[in-house]
Design a protein around this ligand. Structure first.
Ligand SMILES: Cc1cc2nc3c(=O)[nH]c(=O)nc-3n(C[C@H](O)[C@H](O)[C@H](O)COP(=O)(O)OP(=O)(O)OC[C@H]3O[C@@H](n4cnc5c(N)ncnc54)[C@H](O)[C@@H]3O)c2cc1C
Length: 378
């Protein structure tokens, strides 16, 4: 059995960033992912400008710009019935851009490897053995004076086992790590998202389209010179109607393959436990409409790596866990209300459409909303 300081389950933006920062800090780090990279992922493929500082810290900003991508100039909100409001996006190098997740995630994972992290693809985590007793939230809940000598045994579907002092759940919204630790919230009756890359319609332009429809909403963005990322979000009973709308609107056939994911909303999981961290979607799922999930994933990966490095250096573990929890709360502060607003708008598309029509009369409202999301200010 291989022994590591840190085992990270999930090689998406959260897990790869965390692994890259941990490896750079000299920690023996392994990333386990069930997929073979490059792989696609249900996502709008849009990189919020807030991502750039984290990418700079990883010396990756230019390499991301070198990937096949599309620079995005504006967001077009479309109400039911077709009325539109347009909001400009920030220009320049640190603009909003879209890049296929197959390219972006593979680059991040490669960077983690370059910095010394071990990567095991096609490795599905199936069982966890917590050597130090039941999972305790924050060290505050743990018996005082307990050491951190034990850690985790991680068993995979292929019977390859790993041992690590610290475990990081970076395995997305349906986190296996959270489920195996009895921390995953009960699934609610939730919306479902479909996503496909289709041929880019002629003269689509460099815009994101967020379109309210009676059954839900659709997000559209070009990802390169030839392809459009098309997302549909609705409730299970109406999603097939949305798909038929997309087939008509974009002249695609019913044979078009779609990727799918659910849930789009669920309760957050506390991010810091004894010898256990949750980052990215595994910790908290944000409304896709705001296009911020990749930023939260990468930044929480960076913050977890800072805390893990401190613990591994022998610094006060309670302090490190508290700092991590506070830093994560700070990352979301001032932005979650937008998420709630966005969720309301997309749960009731007629309310969303009302906002779009109101914004035609009072554009400042929408500028405030989008400015918060895409300014790149942290
Ligand atoms: C419809 C939709 C549109 C979106 N659009 C955007 C957007 O435009 N911009 C944006 O910033 N965000 C967007 N998001 C959110 C974004 O996709 C997520 O927030 C982001 O992918 C989270 O990254 P992550 O690393 O936490 O998890 P993920 O990217 O989900 O990665 C988790 C990884 O864990 C692996 N894994 C899972 N289980 C196991 C297991 N048992 N063993 C081993 N490996 C495992 C998976 O294979 C996967 O590679 C959107 C989301 C949806 C649903």
């Amino acid at each position: 059995m291989e022994i590591f300081d840190v085992a990270i389950v999930g090689g998406g933006p959260a897990g790869s960033s965390c692994a890259a920062f941990c490896a750079r800090a000299g920690l023996r780090t392994v990333v386990l992912d069930r997929e073979k990279f490059p792989r696609e992922k249900v996502c709008g493929d849009c990189l919020n400008p807030s991502c750039w500082p984290v990418l700079e810290h990883l010396d990756l900003a230019q390499r991301v710009r070198d990937l096949s991508h599309s620079k995005l100039d504006l967001v077009e909100f479309v109400a039911i019935g077709g009325r539109k409001v347009i909001v400009d996006l920030p220009p320049g190098d640190n603009c909003e851009l879209s890049v296929k997740r197959s390219l972006f995630d593979a680059l991040l994972l490669k960077r983690a490897q370059e910095l010394g992290a071990h990567v095991r693809e096609e490795t599905t985590v199936a069982k966890l053995i917590c050597n130090h007793g039941p999972v305790a939230r924050l060290a505050l809940d743990a018996p005082q004076g307990r050491g951190y000598n034990n850690g985790w045994k991680i068993e995979t579907a292929s019977s390859e086992n790993f041992s690590a002092r610290i475990l990081v759940g970076a395995d997305g919204r349906n986190s296996t790590v959270a489920r195996l630790c009895n921390l995953l919230p009960r699934p609610a009756r939730e919306r479902v998202a479909l996503q496909a890359h289709i041929r880019l319609p002629r003269n689509f332009g460099r815009r994101i389209v967020l379109q309210f429809l009676p059954e839900g909403y659709s997000g559209q963005a070009p990802v390169n010179e030839t392809e459009l990322n098309l997302c549909l979000v609705g409730m299970p009973p109406t999603i097939s109607r949305l798909r038929r709308w997309a087939e008509r609107h974009f002249e695609i056939t019913s044979a078009q393959p779609w990727r799918t994911i659910t849930p789009l909303t669920r309760s957050p999981i506390p991010c810091a436990h004894e010898n256990l961290f949750f980052i990215g979607d595994a910790a908290r799922v944000v409304e896709p409409f705001t296009g911020e999930g990749i930023y939260y994933a990468m930044r929480s990966g960076e913050l977890a790596a800072i805390a893990i490095s401190k613990i591994m250096r022998g610094e006060d573990q309670q302090a490190a866990l508290c700092e991590f929890t506070c830093a994560c709360a700070e990352m979301y502060r001032g932005r979650l209300w937008i998420n709630r607003l966005a969720r309301m708008a997309v749960l009731w598309p007629r309310v969303g459409s009302f906002f779009v029509r109101a914004a035609q009369i009072q554009p400042a409202m929408l500028h405030l909303f989008t400015g918060k999301i895409v300014s790149g200010e942290l």
